[in-house]
Design a binder for this molecule. Structure first.
Ligand code: SF4
Ligand code: SF4
Length: 117
């Protein structure tokens, strides 16, 4: 069994537990590393549920609010946004980053960093 074959089921089962725990949409999208240094908010302008947040060096999508419509994907000039299931292995840390960011974000601060262009 390769490392990849071993790792995927473990990662998927952890992700499924987290999705169930936080009420995530099955098709939530993820902002990956290419946003860093670009962050032009083109994506947020088309999001029908305003689920992009300013996470400092990059924008992040709230996994529990994203409805998986995909409208933001072609708007990104650096192809940083992907459905979570299509995020390549070398970018998987950005799935966990978003999950931790929103789990730790106090509700009172969330509206202040929601991107509403
Ligand atoms: S369009 Fe792409 S690069 Fe621009 S803020 Fe959104 S995710 Fe980042
Ligand atoms: S997939 Fe749709 S709902 Fe999710 S962040 Fe993109 S535009 Fe918003």
């Amino acid at each position: 069994m390769t490392y990849r074959n071993f790792c995927w089921p473990v990662l998927c089962s952890l992700l499924t537990e987290t999705q169930e725990e936080h009420g995530m949409n099955d098709n939530f999208h993820v902002v990956t590393s290419a946003c860093i240094g670009t962050k032009d908010t083109a994506c947020a302008r088309v999001c029908p549920v305003s689920c992009f947040y300013d996470a400092g060096e990059m924008l992040m999508i709230h996994p529990g609010e994203c409805i998986g419509c995909g409208l933001c994907v072609p708007e990104c000039p650096v192809s940083a946004i992907l459905p979570h299931e299509e995020v390549p292995e070398n970018e998987h840390e950005y799935i966990g980053r978003a999950e931790r960011f929103f789990a730790e974000l106090p509700q009172a601060q969330a509206e202040a960093i929601r991107v509403n262009p």
